[in-house]
Design a protein around this ligand. Structure first.
Ligand SMILES: [Zn+2]
Length: 143
C-alpha cells in the first residue's frame, strides 16, 4: 500500500475494511448464475451482503433492489443510491461475453463498496470476474 492509497482509504473510511482473501458461499454463486440466466437478455444487479473478519471478506448473500433487471444498464439504476448498511459490494450481469467493467462500472466501483462481481454469458462459474474498488481483478474462493 502506498501512502496515497492509505490516504484515500482514510478519506473513504475504508481503513478498517481491508481484506486480502474473498470467500463466497456456493449458494450465492449458484443464485447469481441462475438469476443471470433468467434475466437475460436484460441485466440484473444486486448488492452483496457480507463482512470482514481477520482480513477475510466473507460474502453470505444477495440484497435485491426494486426493479433489479434492466435493458439499459443495471448499474446505472443503483449508481445514485447511498451506501447501504450490510452491503460490501455489488454483482451484475452483462448480456454479452465480456465480463470487463464498462466506464460506468469503473465509476460505480470507485464510489461504492469494496468488492464487485460481473458475470457474462454463458453465465457459468468461469464467466464470473471480480474486482476491487479500483477495478483491479481479484480472485475469490467458493466455500
Ligand atoms: Zn457492467
Amino acid at each position: 500500500m502506498s501512502k496515497l492509497d492509505n490516504f484515500i482509504s482514510y478519506l473513504l473510511g475504508n481503513d478498517k475494511q481491508k481484506y486480502d482473501t474473498v470467500v463466497i458461499e456456493q449458494d450465492v454463486v449458484d443464485e447469481i448464475m441462475e438469476i443471470s440466466r433468467k434475466s437475460y437478455p436484460d441485466e440484473f444487479v444486486a448488492l452483496l451482503e457480507g463482512k470482514i473478519k481477520n482480513s477475510v471478506l466473507h460474502i453470505e448473500g444477495l440484497i435485491f433492489l426494486p426493479g433489479e433487471t434492466s435493458s439499459e444498464g443495471a448499474v446505472m439504476k443503483i449508481f445514485m443510491l447511498p451506501p447501504m448498511s450490510g452491503s460490501i459490494g455489488s454483482v451484475h450481469s452483462h448480456p454479452g461475453y465480456s465480463n470487463h467493467p464498462s466506464t460506468a462500472d469503473y465509476q460505480f466501483f470507485a464510489k461504492t463498496g469494496l468488492f464487485h462481481m460481473i458475470i457474462s454469458l454463458p453465465y457459468e462459474l468461469d464467466s464470473i470476474a471480480s474486482y476491487n474498488s479500483f477495478g483491479e481483478r481479484i480472485d475469490f474462493n467458493i466455500i
